[in-house]
Design a binder for this molecule. Structure first.
Ligand SMILES: [Zn+2]
Length: 384
């Protein structure tokens, strides 16, 4: 008996009706498990640390031709619900759009790759395996999401030989951009400690603000690089400077500042940490102020160099949209930063304009196009 086809638009709407604000599962993965098991996929819940994740495979475990999709069903909070003109978890379909939280980021893409995978195994069961690794923790800490899935897969001898992450990648027009890598991201929290004093006698104090301002000016005016083959130039932004000092006649003992760096493959989190610390030591010595730096690296930069996987996806995008997607490494981080340690990975998904916003939506036509693109990717991969 042949399985019924999955309508990706109806499935998107059904998923939106599952209120899966991180870390809540909201019924989204249970729904997908039912759909996938009905189509012959072997499903395992890979929950960790209170986060729900779903692993689904059609075909043999450990097959050398295992094509994977990765995505998330968790969504960001709705904010002030009164400002929405639709019910955020209503999954309403009107004016050619599916509306609600997660419509764009990224329940539609999950629905699209589920529908595409089911369609492919239904019409032309491939020689190989299809793996869907779906997490409930991308918008949160991402500690027990895709990482938990990949850890579990490694223990079980489950592997993807190539993977597409379905995050929204197109700035305005469907098909115009895919991502072949991402910049790294890190944050440095500086605390400068000096000696408090009377502002009329600065020579008797050690003002941490003076040192901090010098440090930040040095960091922000330094050109990290001029960009590399596939990346724009790295950037450094000062995100906050704080003393909380209400007095005008006192210079404070402590001052804090935070900088965020988005970096390309000319750097690593470690090399930039060294640079930041060395700079702080130098300025600290000059001003007699002590600097403490706490640094968190949320992701290293990575790239899947243009090759068979990016060409396969680009050809599918062009066939369905008429546009040749740009290979980009712009934007924030995504779970591709974890998948890249497992297998070659690229990202392609919808137009991202409404992600995380009030009245989030996805165009019905785009969801159908995305499904057709993912289907072409699978067919192309297994035909090769
Ligand atoms: Zn997302």
């Amino acid at each position: 008996m042949r399985n019924a086809a999955i309508d990706p638009v109806a499935l998107t709407a059904d998923l939106i009706r599952c209120p899966s604000v991180t870390p809540a599962e909201g019924g989204a993965l249970v729904l997908l498990q039912g759909v996938l098991e009905g189509a012959g996929f072997e499903c395992t819940r890979v929950d960790r640390g209170g986060i729900a994740n779903l692993f689904a495979r059609w075909g043999k475990r450990g097959h050398p031709r295992s094509f994977g999709f990765n995505g998330h069903t968790d969504v960001v909070p709705v904010g002030d619900e009164a400002t929405w003109s639709v019910a955020p978890f209503g999954g309403e379909i009107c004016d050619g759009r599916v509306w609600g939280r997660g419509a764009c980021d990224m329940k539609s893409a999950v629905a699209a790759f589920v529908a595409a995978a089911v369609e492919v195994v239904r019409n032309a069961p491939p020689y190989g395996a299809i793996i869907l690794a779906i997490t409930g923790d991308e918008e949160g800490e991402a500690r027990d999401g895709t990482r938990a899935l990949l850890d579990w897969m490694a223990e079980r001898g489950e592997a993807m030989s190539a993977c597409v992450v379905g995050e929204p990648t197109c700035p305005e027009r469907m098909g115009e951009m895919m991502k072949i890598g991402r910049r790294g991201s890190m944050t440095a929290y500086f605390t400068a400690t000096g000696v408090q004093g009377h502002s009329a006698y600065p020579q008797r104090a050690k003002n941490p603000l003076t040192a901090l301002v010098r440090l930040l000016d040095g960091l922000a005016s330094h050109r990290l690089d001029d960009g590399t083959a596939h990346f724009d130039a790295s950037t450094l932004a000062i995100t906050t400077i704080d003393t909380g000092n209400p007095a005008n006649n006192v210079t404070p003992e402590k001052a804090r500042a935070t900088v965020n760096i988005r970096f390309n493959d000319a750097h690593s989190g470690a090399s930039l940490s060294d640079w930041l610390r060395a700079h702080a030591v130098r300025v600290g010595a000059e001003f007699g102020v002590e600097f403490e730096a706490r640094i968190t690296i949320s992701g290293e930069s990575f790239i899947t160099p243009p090759g068979p996987l990016s060409d396969l996806v680009a050809a599918a995008v062009e066939a369905e949209t008429g546009l040749v997607p740009v290979f980009s490494t712009s934007g924030g981080t995504s779970d591709a930063r974890f998948v890249k340690d497992h297998c070659p990975v690229v990202e392609f998904g919808l137009v991202g304009q409404s992600m995380h916003k009030v009245d989030e939506f996805a165009d019905v036509a785009h969801i159908r196009q995305l499904t057709a693109i993912y289907r072409r990717v699978l067919e192309g991969y297994f035909a090769a």
